[in-house]
Design a protein around this ligand. Structure first.
Ligand code: NDP
Ligand code: 2IT
Length: 444
């Protein structure tokens, strides 16, 4: 970095002790150096300094009472990052590892991801260090209600529209929507990922995983290949992982492994997804249980080992920095030729360098997992016109959006002489739309 080195220095000074956030910003600014050279008016207008600074950050206390009558206190966050192209939009994460750095890295990535979808959505993210694991439905409900007692002041269908992420699915969105409605008397699309009976969109549950696989199809089509007969590893066993597995299988791929934060299962016969859904979606159990019920499967404690399994394709769908340099080398040694990210920032910079040095096809999450938020955008549209579209209609739109994200990212890479570099292409294509909007709107 030359022109933008000063911008990154300032970000480091302002945000010490925020490693995930700095990791996300550094990658984007590295891509944007050429853009800064080509468009000096963006430099003069301070676009780069402004885009790395959230418009607003809200941090709040979330007190609630557990089933034993004890008072618990968690910390809540909402970072409203950028509203140049639409209301803030992005998920809510409930996980004990949540802190400001995690929410800021996610919110920052969301700006570019949402821009890539072509829909009018700004970037934001929120969450809490609350751990829903092992909590009763009533505890989760009380927590969600307390969380909304503060958050409702800052969100709204035309202001900021949250959705799910790790630890937040249909149950939590339902509780938060219900409390928002009670506090405001407003029945509007303040959340996406809602239940189908109260404004949710068909195909939103499937959208991130399905969209990821549609994106992989585009990458493979460019090298005249398909998913048919390919071996695939999917990390995680949550919302994104399950529907990535389902769609990959529907195109004839053999998914041989899935995981959770305790360990992974390897099933040489191919993953039985109905069993995974039963264990994870119905029973809210652990992936270890899969190997108890399926004789061909082996469970191994610890997450990293999944990347040592021989495979053609890896789809990390769990969490940030789950593939480090060593795991990336193991993937390459095991024959992996394509990595597409369902999770946000699952590959460390060292891992990405290994993919690039070995010529892997590589899709960064902000492009390949954008199908979830894109379908959230479609949910917002349906809520605004008070209509709902069929599964097929939404799915068809999702496929079109994933195709155009792939095309825009690869075209941007070509335009700047970086053919095939989707990290660069996604960062630049996502940035340009937001930067043009910020430029046109003046210094705000
Ligand atoms: P879920 O909560 O449904 O599932 C998360 C999965 O990842 C679980 O299997 C979980 O295991 C595992 N996991 C979570 N944290 C860790 C950790 N620290 N180490 C190892 N494994 C972990 O979340 P989603 O499927 O919604 O989200 C997965 C990823 O996809 C996240 O990076 C999210 O930001 C991203 N994403 C999600 C979208 C969505 O629409 N939901 C859209 C775009 C991206 P365990 O049960 O043991 O915690
Ligand atoms: O990371 C993401 O894009 C999400 N968790 C989905 C956000 C959304 O608003 O649907």
């Amino acid at each position: 970095m030359k022109i933008l080195a000063g911008v990154f220095e300032q970000v480091k000074l302002r945000n010490p002790n925020e490693p995930e956030y700095l990791q996300a910003v550094e990658e984007v600014l590295e891509s944007l150096e050429i853009v800064a050279e080509k468009y000096p008016h963006f430099v003069k207008a301070g676009i780069f300094e402004r885009i790395v600074e959230p418009e607003r950050q809200i941090i709040f206390r979330v007190p609630w009472v557990d089933d034993n009558g004890n008072v618990q206190v968690n910390r809540g966050f909402r970072v409203q990052y950028n509203s140049a192209i639409g209301p803030y939009k992005g998920g809510i994460r409930f996980h004990p590892s949540v802190n400001l750095s995690v929410i800021k890295f996610l919110g920052f990535e969301q700006i570019f991801k949402n821009s890539l979808t072509g829909l009018p959505m700004g970037g934001g993210k929120g969450g809490s260090d609350f751990d829903p694991k092992g909590k009763s439905d009533n505890e989760v409900m009380r927590f969600c209600q307390s969380f909304m007692n503060e958050l409702y002041k800052y969100v709204g269908a035309d202001v900021d529209v949250p959705a799910g992420d790790i630890g937040v699915g249909g149950r939590e969105v339902g509780y938060m929507f219900g409390q928002y409605k009670r506090l405001t008397d407003l029945y509007h699309g303040v959340f996406t990922g809602k239940g189908l009976d109260f404004g949710g969109s068909l195909a939103r549950t499937q959208a991130t995983g399905y969209g990821l696989v549609y994106f992989v199809n585009e990458m493979l089509a460019d090298v005249n290949e398909t998913l048919e007969g390919k071996t695939v590893l999917v990390s995680g066993s949550g919302n994104v992982a399950i529907y990535a597995c389902e769609k990959a299988q529907s195109f004839g791929a053999k998914v041989v492994a899935m995981s959770d934060s305790n360990g992974y299962v390897y099933d040489e016969e191919g993953i039985d997804l109905a069993l995974v859904k039963q264990i994870k979606e119905v029973e809210r159990g652990r992936i270890k249980e899969y190997a108890v019920r399926k004789p061909s499967a082996v469970y191994t404690e610890g997450c990293k080992g999944i990347w040592t399994i021989k495979t053609d394709i890896a789809l990390p769908c769990a969490t940030q920095n789950e593939i480090d340099e060593e795991s990336a080398k193991a993937l390459v040694a095991g024959g992996c030729r394509l990595v597409a990210e369902g999770a946000n920032m699952p590959s460390t910079p060292g891992a990405i360098a290994v993919y690039q040095a070995n010529g892997l096809l590589y899709a960064p999450g902000k492009a390949s997992n954008a199908g979830g938020v894109a379908t959230s955008g479609l949910e917002m549209s349906q809520n605004s016109i008070r209509m709902s579209w069929s599964f097929e209609e939404v799915d068809e739109k999702l496929q079109g959006i994933m195709k155009s994200i792939y095309k825009n990212a690869s075209d941007a890479a070509k335009e700047f002489g970086k053919d095939g570099d989707l990290v660069f292409g996604a960062n630049v294509a996502g940035f340009l739309k937001v930067a043009k909007a910020m430029y046109a709107q003046g210094v705000v």
